[in-house]
Design a protein around this ligand. Sequence first.
Ligand code: SF4
Ligand code: FES
Length: 239
Amino acid sequence: MSKTITIDGKEIPYEDGQTIMDAAIAADIYIPHLCHDPDYEPHGSCKLCTVNVNGRNCSACTFPALEGQNIINQSADLEQDRKRITQMLFVEGNHFCPSCEKTGDCQLQGVAYYLDMHDNHFPHFFANREMDASHPDILIDHNRCIFCNLCVRASQEKDHKNVFAISGRGMNKHLIVNSITGKLKDSNIHINDHAAHICPTGAILIKRTGYKVPIGERTYDKQKIDAVALAKENKHHGR
Ligand code: SF4
Ligand code: FES
C-alpha cells in the first residue's frame, strides 16, 4: 500500500525520498514556486512555496513528504504571505515589466498574475545595479535578479563550470561572475550552457533573440503559471 499525505483535505500518495513539492506536482497540485526546478537540487531560498504542515509553516520544496502530514496549501493567510513575498521581490529589484524582453515569459511576473497582485505594497528600493553586456551572446541585468540560485546550480550541476555565485547578504546580496574581471565576457560561459537559459526572470538574457515572439503571444499571456509549471514538471518526470 502506498504512503499518503493530505493536501487541502485531499489524500495523495508519495514515495520515500519525495519532498512535499514532488508529491504535490505528481498529484497535479500546484504550490507556487520560483527557486524550485525539478532538474536541480532544492534550494529553499524564495519561500514562495511555504505551506502549513501540521500547524507549522515550512518550504514544500525542501521538506520531505512523511506519513501523517496534514498540509494546507490554499488558505487566505498563505495567499497573503505569498503575495507579500512576491511584492518584496518586486520592490527589491527594478522590474519594469513593460520594457523587459522577458515579459510574458517571466516566472516572477507569472506568479504575480497568479496571486492577483495589483500593487507593490512596499516602497521601492530603486537599487542601482549595473548591467553586464560584455559577453557577445549573453546579457545580465542585475536589476532583475531575485537570487533564486538557479543559474548557480545550473552552472555547477549541469555545466560543471561554476560561472555564477551569490555573494553578500541582505541589501548587499548580489550575483557575481567567476572571472578575473568579474565580467561575463571573461568567464567560460557558453551560449549553449544550461545556466544561460535557466533564469526565471529577465536577469540573464540571450542577445539578438528579442521580440521573436510578440507580446501577447508569450507563455503567461496564454496560460496561468500553475498549468504551465505542472505540465512542464510532470513532463520532466515522464508523466
Ligand atoms: S540571474 Fe536569474 S537565475 Fe541567476 S540567481 Fe538571478 S534570478 Fe536566479
Ligand atoms: S520554491 Fe521552495 S523556497 Fe523557493
